[in-house]
Write a protein that binds this ligand. Structure first.
Ligand SMILES: [Zn+2]
Length: 229
């Protein structure tokens, strides 16, 4: 496990096909392992831009730790490494991780369906890993990256809207309360609505080079770190 000064890399668990899922932790206090801001990418494997932009964020946090302002930040760029490898929305068991969370509105659905949420809630190792992370590190706020809608969604307590507006003022994206269709078992419902954690879903553009998207969004992502939830 490489440990260099202000950050360390941890293997948090494994996917269905046993690919490691790694997290980078900055300024983590081992005696009080509470994360202030948690970033997730690639819940959906066919949205590689979400992971790539977080790799740019990682490079920034490694080389310019001043932007952390001493806060504890965790970055998990690839929640669904099997899907990334297969270029599929779902994981290797044909489950949409972002419909598999044990929220009260989770519901069964046919496996062939685009949004199949699994045969039971939290059936997938990727989902279980995320649930464990929330329990263990009690994140103060969470930013998840997706594509392709080019909006900022928010879930959770009122400060989630304030954070969304702060980020929107820096990247020019519209803020939207919800995505316009029902999302049973989604991460936003589970973590934001039910656990009361401010959750931002930043929907990036599809097919735009990550370096360009990083230039557009880096101020918004760094502002999320500095935001007091
Ligand atoms: Zn997505």
């Amino acid at each position: 496990m490489p440990n260099t000064g202000h950050y360390r890399v941890k293997t948090l668990g494994h996917s269905r096909q046993f690919r490691p899922i790694e997290g980078w932790f900055f300024n983590l206090n081992p005696l009080h392992p509470q994360v202030d801001t948690l970033f997730f990418g690639a819940f959906h494997g066919d949205e590689p831009e979400s992971a790539q932009v977080l790799m740019h964020l990682l490079a920034k946090l490694k080389t310019d730790p001043g932007v952390l302002h001493g806060r504890c930040v965790a970055v998990v760029p690839q929640i669904n490494p099997d899907g990334l490898r297969l270029n599929t929305r779902k994981n290797a068991y044909q489950v949409d991780i972002n419909r598999n969370f044990p929220a009260q509105n989770w519901e069964p659905s046919p496996q062939a369906e685009h949004y199949h949420g699994g045969y039971f809630a939290a059936s997938e190792p990727e989902t279980q890993l995320v649930c464990r992370l929330l329990k263990r590190y009690s994140p103060g706020k969470i930013v998840t990256l997706h594509t392709p809608y080019q909006v900022i969604n928010y879930d959770g307590p009122p400060c989630a809207l304030a954070l969304a507006q702060t980020m929107a003022s820096l990247n020019g994206y519209p803020v939207e309360a919800d995505i316009g269709y029902a999302t049973p078992g989604s991460f936003g419902t589970y973590a934001g609505v039910e656990q009361g954690i401010p959750v931002i879903t930043l929907e990036l553009a599809e097919g735009v080079p990550a370096v360009e998207q990083w230039h557009r969004h880096h101020s918004a992502l760094l502002a999320a770190i500095q935001f007091d939830a």
